[in-house]
Design a protein around this ligand. Structure first.
Ligand SMILES: Cc1cc2nc3c(=O)[nH]c(=O)nc-3n(C[C@H](O)[C@H](O)[C@H](O)COP(=O)(O)O)c2cc1C
Length: 217
């Protein structure tokens, strides 16, 4: 499969088979993650692989402490742009709900999935030590994307778990992680359940021309 086809085929997986993927396979994908571009090769990240009891403990910490908080407001928001993005989000959610309803999918379990790594047998937390040049977050997100693509190429599904950054203080306490380690987010990992409707929600992207500006004359 070409790299571009792989990128387009990767999708967020929100229902998993119970088998734990072999450690070597996860390590292979994490090694691919570590080849992400990063500031002056400082490789400031840490990859924390969770399964079994530690994963359950993190899920518990999330369930007990989750609050949907907006991210830090670093730049002023243009209300017109915000409205456009809100419209896209609403369209995405309503199409997703309509699809799942038609499949008689249990909506509550779909929502609860966010508190339990969508039932994946493995969760990986991507942490990073902050460094002075402010590039640490960017490089860790690049590593996360590498990881998801590598996983997909090896038959593993993944889903980004935003609840990890939201509940990071509680998770760090639970796992006895250093205070200065920033938990960028988590990624659920496992073999996709091929029959679950939640893994079949139609996906789309805007035509790329809608977001490209050529400035070449
Ligand atoms: C920063 C970020 C946070 C996300 N958080 C969650 C999450 O908490 N739960 C979830 O199910 N999906 C989460 N996602 C996945 C997106 O919902 C998903 O990528 C998007 O709907 C596009 O679908 P696709 O990944 O199948 O192309 C997140 C994605 C990103 C980039």
């Amino acid at each position: 499969m070409s790299m571009i086809d792989l990128i387009k085929q990767r999708r967020s997986i929100r229902a998993y088979r119970p088998e734990i993927p072999p450690r070597e396979l996860i390590l292979e994908c994490l090694e691919a993650a570590s080849w992400a571009p990063n500031p002056t090769s400082q490789q400031p990240w840490q990859f924390i692989v969770l399964a079994g009891k530690p994963l359950q403990a993190v899920c518990r910490a999330i369930k007990e402490n989750f609050k949907p908080v907006p991210g830090p407001q670093v730049v002023p928001i243009n209300p017109v742009t915000q409205e456009m993005l809100d419209r896209r989000k609403k369209k995405h959610f309503s199409e997703m709900m309509e699809f799942l309803k038609a499949q008689h999918y249990d909506m509550q379990s779909a929502a609860d999935g966010n508190f339990r790594f969508h039932g994946a047998p493995v969760g990986v937390i991507f942490g990073v030590y902050p460094c002075k040049d402010q590039n640490y977050l960017k490089s860790t997100v690049a590593a996360m994307q590498n990881f998801m693509l590598a996983a997909w190429s090896r038959g593993l599904g993944t889903c980004w778990m935003n609840a990890v950054s939201i509940c990071q203080e509680h998770i760090k306490r639970e796992l006895k992680l250093e205070d200065d380690l920033i938990l960028v987010d988590g990624i659920a990992v496992g073999y996709p359940d091929p029959d679950s409707p939640i893994n079949k929600i139609p996906r789309e992207r805007l035509p790329v021309e809608a977001v490209v500006r050529w400035m070449d004359t």
